[in-house]
Structure formats: structure tokens, C-alpha cells
Design a protein around this ligand. Structure first.
Ligand SMILES: N[C@@H](CCC(=O)N[C@@H](CS)C(=O)NCC(=O)O)C(=O)O
Length: 209
């Protein structure tokens, strides 16, 4: 099986990048810098016409959307233990990842790319403010969801924990008081202590700051 991940440093593609490294399987990466607009290049639009990362090419076929990519990588290699074993926990993992993708990520997009949602400087500021509110509330909700748990779902590190790291990092870099969220912070510290996570962050050239 040949696997290629299209990623941008520090983007939500960090989650599947970590998962690939945790799996210990052979894979390649292609850097598509969203800061430089490379997601809109004609070459990349052939990979993902939606102009977004991540995209995962598996034996020449392309899979997009984090929820699908993380479920494929986790569920496709059950012996690696990155996907919960029980059906209930698998459903919980999908439930949490769906909410991250359909609510938490778009809330941050309202902060980061408000001009996509509305026109005019006054409206842009209002959209940004609402995005900050919803993203902040979402971070607090994650903190409550992981209270008393070592990992987000089940008893082991899973693809969900890798995905949770992305939003904590974005919050940290954008003035959200994530360090006050004791449960989420403790979980992220456990994630950051993993050798595979350290390797991927070094490879992407990113820190938590
Ligand atoms: N729903 C998609 C969202 C992907 C997405 O928005 N990725 C961002 C990076 S975090 C991106 O490619 N942004 C470039 C852009 O918006 O132009 C997923 O979860 O995979």
C-alpha cells in the first residue's frame, strides 16, 4: 500500500500526520502551505478540488475530510490500537470527531477567515467576535468532556487525541486561555510527550506557540 499525506504545517492535517507516524507504517508527505496559498494551485486542485488539506492518497485513490481519513487510518490498522476496539467507543470517537469537524473547526474559521462568511469590515469584526465566542466555548466543552479521563475515548491513545491537539494548539496561539483548562491541558501534555508527536511537530517545523 502506498500512502501520501498532503498537509500544511500546523493545519488540521497535523492529526492524520501524527496518526501515520504513530502507526509506524511507510508513508510520504507533500507539503501544501496554506499560508502561501498552495492549496489553490492547479496541481493540488487535481488532488482535492475543494482546495483544503488534509488529503490522503492511498494507492492512487484520494480520501478527503479529517473524520474519514482518521477513521480509515485508525480502523484500517486495528492491530496498532489507535482506533477503539468496542463498537460503542468507535461510535463515540466518530461522534466527537464529527463535532470537532462540523462545529469547532468552523468556529475557528470564523476567527481566522471571517471574510469568507461576510462582507464589510464591521460585519467581519462581528463574525470574528462570534467565532471567538463559539470556539472558546467549544474548548471549555472539550475540557469538560475529557475530565477524569486519561484519553478522550476508551483506555488508550486514539486518533481522537491527535485531533484534539490541533484545536488546543490553535487556541494557544490565538490568545485563548487554554492553559486554564486543566483537563484538556493534561491530555495535551500526554499527547505531546509521545515520541511520534515530537517527531511530527519537528518535521512540520511547529511548536505549541
Ligand atoms: N472539513 C475539512 C476542513 C479542512 C480545512 O478546512 N483545512 C484547512 C486547514 S486546517 C485548509 O485547507 N484551509 C485552506 C483554506 O481554507 O483555503 C476537514 O476536516 O478535513
Amino acid at each position: 500500500m502506498t500512502i501520501t499525506l498532503y498537509y500544511s504545517p500546523g493545519a488540521c492535517s497535523l492529526a492524520p500526520h501524527i496518526v501515520l507516524e504513530e502507526l509506524g507504517i511507510a508513508y510520504e508527505t507533500v507539503r501544501i502551505s496554506t499560508a502561501e496559498g498552495q492549496q489553490r494551485s492547479p496541481e493540488y486542485l487535481k488532488i482535492n478540488p475543494r482546495a483544503r488539506v488534509p488529503a490522503l492518497a492511498v494507492d492512487g485513490k484520494v480520501l478527503v475530510e479529517n473524520v474519514a481519513i482518521l477513521a480509515f487510518l485508525g480502523g484500517g490498522f486495528p492491530d496498532k490500537g489507535l482506533w477503539p476496539a468496542r463498537t460503542w467507543d468507535q461510535a463515540q470517537a466518530l461522534s466527537l470527531m464529527a463535532w470537532l469537524a462540523d462545529t469547532v473547526h468552523p468556529a475557528f474559521a470564523h476567527v481566522y477567515r471571517p471574510e469568507r462568511y461576510v462582507e464589510g469590515p464591521a460585519c467581519v469584526e462581528a463574525v470574528k467576535a462570534k467565532g471567538r465566542q463559539v470556539f472558546g466555548e467549544s474548548l471549555a466543552e472539550i475540557d469538560r468532556l475529557v475530565a477524569g479521563k486519561r484519553w478522550a475515548v476508551g483506555a488508550r491513545f486514539s486518533v481522537v487525541d491527535a485531533y484534539l491537539l490541533v484545536f488546543y494548539r490553535w487556541g494557544n496561539r490565538n490568545g485563548f486561555a487554554v492553559k486554564d483548562l486543566a483537563n484538556y491541558t493534561a491530555l495535551v501534555e500526554r499527547v505531546l510527550a509521545r515520541p511520534a508527536v515530537k517527531r511530527v511537530m519537528a518535521d512540520e517545523g511547529i511548536t505549541m506557540a
